[in-house]
Design a protein around this ligand. Structure first.
Ligand SMILES: [Zn+2]
Length: 369
């Protein structure tokens, strides 16, 4: 590993984990202040970036704050210090502190925010609750048999053919390719104006749609032909690696009261707002960190006994229909462990600077009972 790490090096690792194209259209993940080329002195991890967190970064010598929630979310029209957002940004810039946000893209990856909640609740056989549509593409192309391996190697390197825990996946069948080069052609095989037949493979691979450009570049560079015959198709397939919410099972079924106590213990909650389900046992549990009311129907459809989320409104609790235990555990409480994902991802890849979990409780909500 090279001696110095830049902020850009860390961003690359985080975006490999949670690619920016997976963020929602309304979101604003990415670098919010600072320069990617600056050398990293220390990293502070937080759910929210507030003035207190910037002060903490200054006190412990960190020049990069990685937050789940983007502090700049809506457009800023002035920087005069009138709001906490403006003051946070001003303080960060005055102290050369970069702020990077990794938000709904981290909600959408299979090992992101919701996997962390599932891990805390020790859920088994977990899968994405609602997969994000149109994130997968198929490429089919034709290549001379002798050059098939070199082309496959190039597109695999660019990210094609990774399915779950399997890499270098492809399918091929052999046949005869026929063509006649024009007088202006520069054919790799055959002669101008003469019909040609070549033993070719038809090769098919799948890949995440956002990698289309780099995979096509790799295909065209590695392929021997001047004109590469190919088909690109956007798939309707669900993608088990990208989507929102998670669902899984508890090892042993719990009663309503046992489950609520379990939830409070494992998520460190001061309290839970919930809908009662009476005698029903809780076994299958759906989760979605942050504001997850929009998935109540998905949780019901997939047979969840409980749905753990936050920011549920009064009327939305009625959607439980008496058969789903909706547990509103609080937005902060549902996502505060997200910084552990940042910690693991960064410290697994870098060892030459300190990484801290913020000790500031940024939750703007307090409870009294
Ligand atoms: Zn959130």
């Amino acid at each position: 590993m090279k001696e110095n790490t830049s902020i850009g090096d860390i961003i690359r690792v985080l975006e490999q984990y949670a690619p920016i194209p997976y963020q929602e259209s309304y979101d604003n993940s990415g670098l919010q202040t600072g320069h990617a080329s600056d050398e990293v002195k220390g990293v502070l991890l937080t759910l929210d970036c507030t003035e207190a967190v910037v002060e903490e970064a200054i006190a412990i010598g960190c020049n990069l704050i990685v937050a789940h929630h983007p502090v700049i979310f809506k457009g800023l029209k002035s920087l005069t210090g009138r709001s906490y957002v403006e003051r946070t940004i001003i303080k960060a810039i005055q102290n050369n502190i970069a702020i990077y946000a990794c938000h709904t893209n981290l909600d959408s990856v299979h090992n992101g925010v919701n996997a962390k909640i599932a891990e805390k609740l020790k859920l088994q056989h977990t899968r994405i609750l609602t997969s994000k549509p149109h994130t997968l593409m198929q490429l089919a192309f034709f290549v001379p048999v002798a050059q098939t391996d070199q082309v496959l190697a190039a597109i695999h390197k660019a990210g094609a053919g990774q399915i779950g825990e399997y890499s270098d996946c492809s399918f091929q069948v052999q046949g005869t390719g026929r063509f006649k080069p024009s007088d202006n052609a520069d054919p790799a095989i055959g002669e101008k104006g003469k019909p040609e037949q070549v033993q070719e493979n038809r090769v098919e691979v799948l890949f995440p749609a956002f990698k289309q450009q780099r995979i096509m570049t790799a295909l065209l560079e590695a392929h021997p032909y001047e004109e590469v015959a190919h088909y690109l198709t956007l798939l309707e397939n669900g993608n088990q690696e990208v989507g929102i919410g998670m669902i899984g099972e508890l090892e042993t079924p719990l009663t309503e009261q046992e489950f609520l106590a379990y939830l409070k213990r494992h998520m460190q909650l001061p309290g839970v707002r919930y809908t009662a389900v009476g005698e029903k046992q809780i076994k299958r549990v759906a989760v979605c960190g942050g504001s997850g009311s929009f998935l109540i129907k998905d949780a019901l459809r997939q047979g969840a006994d409980a749905y753990v989320t936050a920011d549920v409104k009064y009327h939305e609790f009625f959607d439980a229909e008496g058969c789903l235990l909706i547990a509103d555990i609080g937005h902060y409480e549902s996502e505060v462990f997200t910084k552990e994902i940042f910690y693991d991802t960064i410290s697994k890849n870098f060892t030459n600077f300190a990484v801290y979990l913020s000790e500031v409780n940024t939750n703007p909500i307090r409870y009294t009972y």
